[in-house]
Write a protein that binds this ligand. Structure first.
Ligand SMILES: *Cc1c(COP(=O)(O)O)cnc(C)c1O
Length: 398
């Protein structure tokens, strides 16, 4: 299908009126339409020089002194406090380190321990990103609880006085569906259980409101909408009033109240530090810290407004450029139920995505039949969006 001048014109007008458009200059981009920031965020321009400084000066010249003089030792809490406002948390509750998978394990086992002995069930989002489900199964086995997979909509009915904790994904990685964090957290609390949220697909894309909604524990990665780089460390949130009861299943020496006392007896540090395990991965951690500068002066509310405008416009363009029935949108139309991605189902999705990438539109494919398009409002614009839908329409009409 050929270009619709009215859509191309509107894209131009929307880009001209977009107050976040200048943020694109904070990233290294080319003429590819990059709609895979929900898998690996783009590189912020300041990261290479700052990482080079960490390696050449801090490591190369100052060596061991950098643990103190360059703030290496306190980086996990410092960077946690930098992420905190992006997910609606006051300082002192987030620690950065390890992978999301490891933090899911810490959070779940700690939640079960906090819930107490009388509660013998663990609920997990049946549609979860697989790693959360695998880890939950192991956490349940280790703690002697029964694991019950339930879809988020069925959680309220599945809760009982047997429920210890519930692990949920804020946004479904495949469909892009946004779950009701305030409502589900309240339902979990009404039954006396703990709510653990995985924010991998919401942090950096929409307001989360961890403190406001009384979330107990939360985890997330930093390489998707937070643009921290491949394998950048994840984070763990433990609500302040639960921190004294947070009994880590991985109580490594860096979570000790006095790590350099080298005591044979463990004594947990107060606060967020208690979520640490071993020596922090300084290179990727400081790359993440540099990457978070892309958020300076950016409001998450403005990001959310642009994200919804982008995904609305993409759906409109797909509707105009694609023959009816060729794709099925599996992302909810309602804004309250939509994250920052659009997932389209089509029978030959793997092949279609390969050809889209050849044509300079990068999304990704999720087994068996889903095309995923992630919209990172910091660097994706409306003309990009129109072009992606137009190329998709052309490929599908052959
Ligand atoms: C991306 C993602 C992960 C990734 O886990 P890692 O341990 O960082 O590999 C976990 N959970 C969800 C929901 C995700 O979207």
């Amino acid at each position: 299908m050929s270009e619709r001048p009215e859509l191309a014109l509107r894209a131009k007008e929307l880009d001209a009126a977009d107050e976040l458009a200048p943020l694109r200059g904070r990233f290294v981009l080319d003429d590819v339409v990059y709609l895979d920031g929900n898998s690996l965020g783009a590189l912020p321009v300041n990261v290479p020089d700052q990482v080079a400084d960490v390696i050449r000066r801090q490591w190369g010249e100052q060596r061991i002194r950098s643990w103190e003089e360059n703030g290496w030792w306190t980086a996990p809490e410092r960077i946690g406090d930098r992420i905190a406002p992006l997910v609606g948390a006051a300082p002192g509750q987030i620690v950065v380190g390890d992978s999301t998978s490891v933090n899911v394990f810490k959070a779940l086992v700690a939640a079960v321990r906090m819930a107490g002995d009388g509660r013998d069930e663990l609920l997990v989002d049946a549609t979860t990103f697989p790693t959360d489900g695998y880890i939950a199964e192991s956490a349940a086995r280790l703690t002697g609880r029964t694991l019950r997979p339930v879809t988020p909509a069925d959680v309220p009915a599945a809760l009982s006085e047997r429920t210890a904790a519930v692990l949920l994904n804020h946004v479904d990685y495949r469909s892009g569906r946004l779950h009701d964090l305030p409502g589900l957290t309240a339902a979990v609390h009404a039954r006396g259980a703990l709510a653990v949220w995985d924010l991998c697909h919401s942090a950096g894309a929409l307001p989360v409101g961890l403190d406001e909604h009384g979330v107990d524990l939360a985890v997330g990665c930093t390489y998707k909408y937070l643009n921290g780089g491949p394998g950048s460390p994840a984070y763990l949130y433990v609500r302040r009033d639960l921190q004294d009861r947070f009994d880590s299943p991985l109580p490594g020496w860096t979570s000790h109240a006095e790590p350099f006392a080298m005591s044979p007896a463990y004594a947990a540090a107060p606060g967020a530090v208690r979520g640490r395990v071993g020596t922090p991965d300084i290179l990727s951690m400081l790359a993440l810290e540099a990457a978070l500068e892309a958020w300076d002066g950016v409001s998450v509310e403005a990001v959310r407004a642009k994200s919804l405008a982008l995904t609305d416009f993409f759906l409109e363009c797909v509707g105009a450029y694609t023959e009816p029935g060729r794709v099925e949108c599996v992302t909810p139309a309602a804004h309250a139920e939509r994250g920052s991605q659009i997932a389209l189902r089509c029978p030959d999705a793997g092949e279609v995505m390969k050809r889209l990438i050849e044509r300079g539109v990068v999304g990704d494919f999720r087994h068996p039949d889903v095309l995923r398009f992630g919209f990172t409002p910091l660097y994706v614009g409306f003309a990009d969006t129109e072009r992606a839908a137009r190329v998709l329409g052309e490929l599908l009409s052959r």
